[in-house]
Write a protein that binds this ligand. Structure first.
Ligand SMILES: CCCCC/C=C\C/C=C\C/C=C\C/C=C\C/C=C/C(=O)SCCNC(=O)CCNC(=O)[C@H](O)C(C)(C)COP(=O)(O)OP(=O)(O)OC[C@H]1O[C@@H](n2cnc3c(N)ncnc32)[C@H](O)[C@@H]1OP(=O)(O)O
Ligand code: FAD
Length: 643
């Protein structure tokens, strides 16, 4: 199962080596992180990032190894944005000449870059950005300017303190005409002493949610006062500005300017499975250690993992972690395919890639953020301790529902794609993830054939149920929209229904990709069977949770919905014996998990007890401030008889 989770034996071995390298290096210690003040915390992150880079150089790690190393260091840092967005943006939007100039500098870390798109006034509405880049043909330069307070760049990670350069998204103005938002490479700080260059005001935006957590990152604010950059620092793969001041658009679609977001959203889906699996690993191991009630004749109490309510909350999350892992693998494949096509100037699959990355990013991050919090509750009171690892994981993870596109805004993008597909059904055969809509007549007509709980153990029945629900919800939205004279007004009015239709479409993708994964050759005794059980758990859990949709569209009867729930209970009993093995298969070191509750050896209570004494409050028996603030109260002489 470790191999199935990792994707291949090579990846398992490679990631295992990197995990151990980090776990055994004292520089990467992270348990004191929540106790540190902001300055100390940030300096510590810089130290870890520098040590990580030294290891990459000294050990000549490959790009793949370096990625795993950064992952296991497990501390958000400016390097995430440098490697994760700045470099990919230049790769995707730069010309060959620009790539030749900038990529070697960035890859050798001679410069540090961030991705400066969002502003104080606008994040979701990219076309609403206010920063301007005005071409000055006399000087052959762009003038980058922040005309208003709300045009201040606000949020970019790595911008606050670390970056020397930024990829700045600004409205292009040539010859007095606006040409939409484009990307520009702008140097922010001196490469000699790191001080901000003339015309640049830059700093950190302040503390964020949670202790430690995402505060290791210097999310920044940035303002420009008529800062000049050479013309060739506008990324010009999509459109160009000539020396003479002529704006030219190549055959490449404008949307490619948003290409970095497609790339990152795809990586975020893979990361969702990592974050959720960490939380599930902690909650599952602890649920096997923890006992409450049920002692008979002085024997041990019941392990809480044996309670059906615990199983019905925990096992769907375990199944979701696997589901997200496999859909992430598929999405990576889809992205690589689109990338290759784009390089050959085939842009036909870009809309689908945008819809899939946007929708799956939204679906998986929402479920993961909610899932981490559920795991905290599954661990009872001890889950609230920082040493459980769950509060920090939650605090670091939840912004994923917002960054790289607010999850609702992204689902509305999926809705536009679905509505367009439905409206074109008369003359265009849908392909890829919308191919099922080509069978819309059948899906609208046929109803579920399930008669017994066992009938639900059939991938065909499950896929058809999810297809029928998604198709019927999409068609219903299409019909409602048709009643509006102004389609945009209709879209705004029906937005909540459209979001629900998008969720149904995205859930269908995840379920289908899990089922497709099971059609592949999966080696290892019992591995495929265990994955099949998890796949059914995932699908039937969703069906149970959203049974209102399935019933409302008239595909299921209440009896069939009940049968799905009966089957789900049986499946939980089948997961139980392998639950610990299934989380051990994630192959996480205790260092990466960062949780006393999730320790591999299960030695939870002695370690919790020990850790309590390491809290700084326990450095002395009498706390600082006692004599000043508490003792006077204890010693006061009160005159009122009542008191
Ligand atoms: C915590 C530990 C981290 C470990 C890290 C490990 C590795 C690091 C890897 C990566 C780093 C990951 C995380 C780091 C953390 C945070 C980084 C965060 C970064 C950011 O948040 S960057 C800013 C992101 N901002 C957004 O996402 C903005 C959201 N808004 C938009 O995307 C768009 O504006 C919009 C809402 C989608 C569309 O706006 P709208 O104005 O309605 O439409 P148009 O712009 O006019 O577009 C119309 C047209 O274009 C199509 N379209 C839109 N977007 C895309 C796209 N991305 N690709 C392709 N096509 C697109 C759209 O469908 C329309 O098409 P039509 O055919 O219908 O015309
Ligand atoms: C930790 C973190 C790191 C970040 N890193 C970066 C970075 O490196 N670089 C960068 O450029 N940016 C970064 N961002 C910014 C991030 O991309 C934006 O915050 C995000 O895109 C959401 O935009 P917003 O803040 O404008 O939200 P808003 O759009 O203001 O959202 C507010 C609310 O309005 C709703 N809403 C907005 N528009 C619509 C609509 N059309 N229909 C219905 N509802 C709507 C949303 O659903 C939400 O509920 C980061 C943000 C965070 C939190």
């Amino acid at each position: 199962m470790k191999v199935a989770w990792a994707g291949s034996r090579e990846t398992l071995e490679l990631s295992d080596r990197m995990a151990k390298l980090v776990a055994n290096d004292p520089v990467f210690e992270k348990f004191t992180r929540p106790m540190l003040g902001r300055k100390e915390l940030f300096k510590n992150t810089l130290r870890k990032a520098a040590h990580g880079w030294k290891l990459i150089v000294d050990l000549r790690l490959t790009e793949e190894e370096a990625k795993w190393l950064r992952l296991y260091i497990d501390e958000p840092a400016y390097t995430d944005l440098h490697w994760g967005m700045f470099i990919p943006a230049i790769e995707g939007q730069g010309t060959e000449e620009q790539k030749k100039k900038w990529l070697p500098l960035a890859q050798k870390m001679k410069i540090i870059g961030c991705y400066a798109q969002t502003e104080l006034g606008h994040g979701s509405n990219v076309q609403g950005l206010e920063t301007t880049a005005t071409f000055d043909p006399q000087a052959d330069e762009f003038v980058i300017h922040s005309p208003t307070l709300t045009s201040s760049k606000w949020w970019p990670g790595g911008l606050g303190k670390a970056s020397t350069h930024a990829l700045v998204y600004a409205r292009l103005i040539v010859g007095g005409e606006f040409h939409g938002v484009h990307g520009f490479i702008v140097q922010l700080r001196s490469l000699e002493d790191h001080s901000p260059l003339p015309g640049i005001t830059v700093g950190d935006i302040g503390l964020k949610f949670g202790n430690g957590a995402y505060n290791t990152m210097d999310n920044g604010v940035l303002r420009f006062d008529h800062v000049r950059i050479p013309r060739n620092q506008m990324l010009m793969r999509v459109s160009q500005v000539t020396k003479e001041g002529k704006y030219m658009q190549s055959d490449v679609p404008r949307q490619l300017i948003y290409g970095t977001m497609v790339y990152v959203r795809q990586t975020i889906v893979v990361d969702a499975s990592k974050a959720l699996s960490r939380a599930v690993c902690i909650a599952t191991r602890y649920s096997a250690v923890r006992r409450q009630f049920g002692s008979r004749n002085g024997g041990p109490e019941t392990q809480v993992i044996d309670y059906k309510t615990q199983q019905s909350r925990l096992f769907p999350l375990l199944a979701s972690a696997y589901a997200f892992r496999f859909v992430g693998e598929w999405l990576k494949w889809l992205y690589m395919d689109v990338k290759q096509r784009l390089e050959a100037n085939d842009f036909s699959t870009l809309p689908e890639a945008h819809a899939c990355t946007a929708g799956l990013k939204s679906l998986t991050t929402t479920a993961t953020a909610d899932g981490i919090e559920e795991c905290r509750k599954l661990c009872g009171g001890h889950g609230y301790l920082v040493s459980s690892g769950l509060p920090e994981l939650f605090a670091v993870y939840i912004p994923a529902c917002t960054y790289e596109g607010d999850n609702v805004v992204l689902l509305l993008q999926v809705a536009r794609f679905i509505v367009k597909t439905v409206s074109e059904l008369g003359y265009k055969q849908p392909v890829g993830t919308t191919a099922y809509m080509g069978r819309v007549a059948t899906l609208m007509q046929n109803n579920c054939a399930v008669r017994t709980a066992e009938d639900w153990l059939n991938p065909g029945a499950i896929v058809e149920a999810f297809e029928a629900r998604a198709a019927r919800m999409a068609v219903a939205c299409g019909r409602q929209l048709a009643k509006f004279e102004n389609p945009e007004e209709g879209f705004a009015e029906l937005a909540s229904d459209l979001v629900e239709a998008s969720v149904a479409h995205c859930q269908l993708i995840v379920v289908s990709k899990f089922i497709e994964k099971l059609q592949q050759d999966i080696p290892g005794k019992g591995v495929k069977q265990s994955l099949e059980i998890l796949c059914y758990v995932y699908a039937l859990f969703l069906l149970h949770k959203h049974q209102g949709d399935f019933l409302a569209v008239g595909y299921l009867t209440p009896k069939q919905a009940l049968l799905a729930n009966d089957q789900l209970r049986t499946l939980y009993s089948k997961v139980r014996p392998n639950a610990i093995a299934l989380v051990d298969s994630f192959n996480y070191t205790d260092h990466y998990l960062g949780s006393i509750l999730g320790r591999y050896d299960g030695n939870v209570y002695p370690k919790l007890y020990e850790a309590a004494w390491e809290d700084p409050l326990n450095d002395s028996d009498v706390a600082d401030g006692f004599h000043q603030y508490v003792q006077p109260i204890l010693k006061q002489k009160l005159h009122s008889a009542k008191l």
